[in-house]
Every structure is written in C-alpha cells, then in structure tokens.
Design a binder for this molecule. Structure first.
Ligand code: ATP
Ligand code: MG
Length: 424
C-alpha cells in the first residue's frame, strides 16, 4: 500500500488522558481511534493486525475440530434470568427499547450457545465419534468495566474468541482440556509473546477448584502472579495459600513475583450452564445425564495491546512478523527523480512476490520524519531507497530491532525477506 493514500496519519502525541502505553502508541500510529473510555475503533493498520491475530487463532481452533459460528450480541433477558446472571453479573450491559423490553449486550455467550445446542443434542449419538464437540466464535463483547484505563487491554467493547466444548464424559472433557492448553501455548508463541506467557493456576470460582489462566508478564499488568522458575509453574496471587503450595510442591521463598495481564483462560464449567437449560443426553442404556462443558477465552484486542506493551521501545512498536500490518516499510528518501523511480520499482517487485509492503512515497516529508514514522509504526523490515543506496547499487535494509542497517542488492533483499519468493 502507498502511504500517500493511507487516510490515517501519525501524530506526535496521543491525548493527555491516555495513560497506557499501548493506547498511546496505537493512537499516535493511527492504528486505533478512541471513541469513549474503553471503546476504540480499528483503523486500516490496526485492523490488519487484529485480522492476523484472528487468523492465527482460527487456524488453531480449527485444528482441534472447533466449528465456527457467529452468535448474537443482543441476548434475551429470559436466558440470563435462567442462569441467575441477569442479577448477579455486575458488568452486564442491559439495554431497553422504546416498548420497555430489555435485552443483554453479550459479555460472554453461555446463555446463547447452550439453548442453541439443546435444539440439536439429546442423545450420545448426536456427539461426534472421534473428536469432541466444540463451538467457537470471534466477536465483540460488551462489559461495563469500572476501570477502563488500560487502553485496549481492558475495553468496554472488545474482541474475544470464545469456545465452548460439550462432553458426555469427564474423560472426554479432560482430554480436550489438555489439548486446549497446548493449542493456547501455540497461539501465544505464534503471536510472539510465548516467551513471556505462563500457564497459571487460578481459583476456579464456585464450580471448579482451579482454572487456568495464560498470563503475560508486563509491568502494566493488573494481576500478580508467582513463578517458580525451576519448574515453570505459575500461580495467581489469589490462590496462593499453604494448601496450594503443598499440592504443587512449591516453596514460597523460591517464588518470584511479577505483574501480569491475563491474555486467555480455560475453564471447567462442569454442568453449571447445561443444568439451567436442561441440556442433557441419553446414554446407550437410555439413562439421561447433563452435558459436561468447558469454555476457553482469548481477548484478541487485549492480545494486540499486550504485544504493544511488551514489544516496544522508546521510539515505537516492534511488531512480530506474524502479526505486523506489513512486513516491509519501504522508504523513498528525498526528491531525486531516480530515487523515486527505483523505489517504485522495488515496491512493485516486492508486491509481485506477495510481500506486504507499506511504501512511504509521500512527497515533502523529511528523511528524519520518515524514519521516525517507521520506528513508531514498527514494521519488521525497513527498506530505504536513497541517493546513497543507489550509488552503491542497492537498498538499505534494517530490522526494526536492529541499530544499524546495511546496503544489499535487490536480489539479496528478496532472498532475505521472502526466501520462497525466489523460487517462484
Ligand atoms: P479479567 O479478570 O481481566 O477481567 P475475565 O476473567 O473477566 O478477565 P473472561 O471473562 O474469562 O475474562 O474473558 C476471556 C478473555 O477475554 C480474557 O482472558 C481476556 O483475554 C479477555 N478479556 C476479558 N475482559 C476483557 C476486557 N474488558 N477487554 C479486553 N479483553 C478482555
Ligand atoms: Mg473481567
């Protein structure tokens, strides 16, 4: 894409009320636009990141046999009354229309997915034979968060992947749950924060003893976790008591405290939601049982914000290649005619090789400003065409996380950025 055509522009400052680093950098870069506290629109560059995260998550959910749906955001009040959460869920948005009819704006979808399933499931025969039944969606959620000061880490409207699994036996549930632990690990690795993300034991609330959270270490985090570095075990502060320490064979003095943010979690729901809706199945003896359930969430927008928090420096964002809006930021420096021509050729040729390029072809912008923008926007590779690089018959390439660039030939550039492209 030509940057001269991009409708968003970079800014020197976000606004004074933006206190979180992720929102500051994302707003300055023109990735997102703030509408209200905790409510953001995604602009072209930001949406490209979100879509890449979405695709990674979708690929991994499909690997475990997840079936994708899109459930409604407007949800019947009666469903929420059935589970008791119309009254107890304090962050539920309740909306009424002119006739006085009330609906919930979906903060999560157990109240929708279970009644849907009830239409199709009544016998063990309705479950897949060699895999587990799992349904997921990637969709906006609404929650009346009291503290919405962490940019896209804690939105009042935010993007989530929520999966729900349904089982006829505890063994089947456990097998699937273990698989999901692995898949989540793969997702965080692929997104580029695996090295900072810990599978963390947390209290499971009333219906299960433990749940598992995926916590990424960052100083802005609202959670506190304790890590035993020898074994890699992590515990949420809320669960840290003597009984837990004994159970996990941990010594309190050896645990290291960190601030962290929960990027995902997985839960054993047991029959908490199947019972209120009487979602049940008959076994081969005609005996009726409630369906067992698990749920698995990941906040996509929170994940994007977390990447910005943990992978940035004082100049801007450092996107991992897997989710960068573009792989290459190509800069044409100066007003020299030959530079412009050569840069245009490099751009077209990279595009032909299916490399995603943001081409800074803007006129009347100084080299310093273009460099500053490239650092702020954070594409993995910066490629510069200038009078100097032309003299040396090449382009200057620099990775975002490197200090100095080097001049290489165009052929070498392709070899480095897209090894596969050369064989095409
Ligand atoms: P938290 O304790 O941070 O409020 P939660 O326990 O309410 O999270 P879940 O209801 O389990 O979170 O939601 C699943 C995932 O959705 C979380 O792991 C997190 O990644 C994301 N998430 C939850 N609330 C928000 C929010 N307000 N903004 C952005 N992402 C969120
Ligand atoms: Mg919450």
């Amino acid at each position: 894409m030509r940057q001269s055509q991009l409708f968003t522009k970079t800014r020197k400052e976000a606004s004074s009320e933006e206190v979180s680093r992720n929102a500051e950098l994302l707003i300055r870069g023109g990735f997102i636009h703030k509408e209200l506290a905790g409510v953001y629109s995604y602009l072209p560059l930001g949406l490209r990141v979100l879509k890449k995260i979405e695709n990674i998550i979708r690929e991994e959910m499909n690997k475990v046999g997840g079936q994708e749906v899109l459930m409604s955001s407007m949800q019947p009040k009666e469903n929420w009354e059935k589970t008791g959460r119309w009254e107890t869920m304090t962050d539920l948005y309740k909306v009424s229309d002119i006739s006085g009819r009330e609906v919930a704006l979906g903060p999560t979808h157990e109240e929708i997915v279970v009644p849907i399933l009830k239409n199709y499931v009544s016998s063990y025969k309705n479950f897949p034979k060699n895999s587990s039944l799992a349904i997921y969606q990637i969709q906006n959620k609404f929650r009346m968060e009291l503290r919405a000061k962490s940019g896209i880490l804690r939105g009042r409207e935010f993007m989530m992947k929520d999966m729900y699994s349904f089982h006829t036996s505890a063994e089947d549930f456990e097998k699937f749950y273990e698989k999901m632990k692995e898949i989540y690990k793969t997702i965080f690795d692929r997104v580029g924060i695996g090295h900072l993300t810990y599978l963390t034991f947390a209290s499971g609330g009333t219906f299960s003893k433990y749940s598992h959270e995926f916590q990424t270490i960052t100083s802005l985090g609202e959670d506190t976790i304790y890590i035993d570095e020898a074994s890699g075990t992590a515990l949420n502060k809320e669960v840290l008591n003597d009984e837990v320490l004994i159970q996990f064979h941990l010594i309190k003095e050896k645990l290291v405290e960190h601030k962290s943010i929960e990027v995902g979690n997985i839960f054993d729901l047991k029959t908490k939601y199947s019972k209120p809706f009487d979602l049940s199945f008959t076994d081969d003896q005609e005996q009726k049982h409630p369906v067992l359930m698990g749920c698995y969430g990941i906040g996509l927008s929170r994940l994007m914000g977390t990447v910005v928090e943990v992978l940035s420096d004082d100049k801007g964002i450092i996107w991992p290649e897997s989710i960068a809006p573009f792989q290459v930021h190509l800069l044409a420096l100066g007003e020299d005619k030959e530079v412009k021509e050569q840069a245009g050729k490099v751009y077209e040729s990279l595009e032909r090789n299916n490399i995603e390029v943001l081409f800074d072809d803007r006129e009347g912008i100084s080299a310093g400003e273009k460099f500053a923008d490239a650092d702020l926007l954070g594409m993995p590779y910066r490629v510069v065409v200038s009078e100097r690089s032309l003299k040396e018959k090449g382009v200057e390439i620099k990775k975002r996380n490197e200090e100095k660039g080097k001049i290489i030939s165009f052929k070498e550039l392709l070899a480095q950025i897209a090894p596969k492209a050369l064989s095409i």
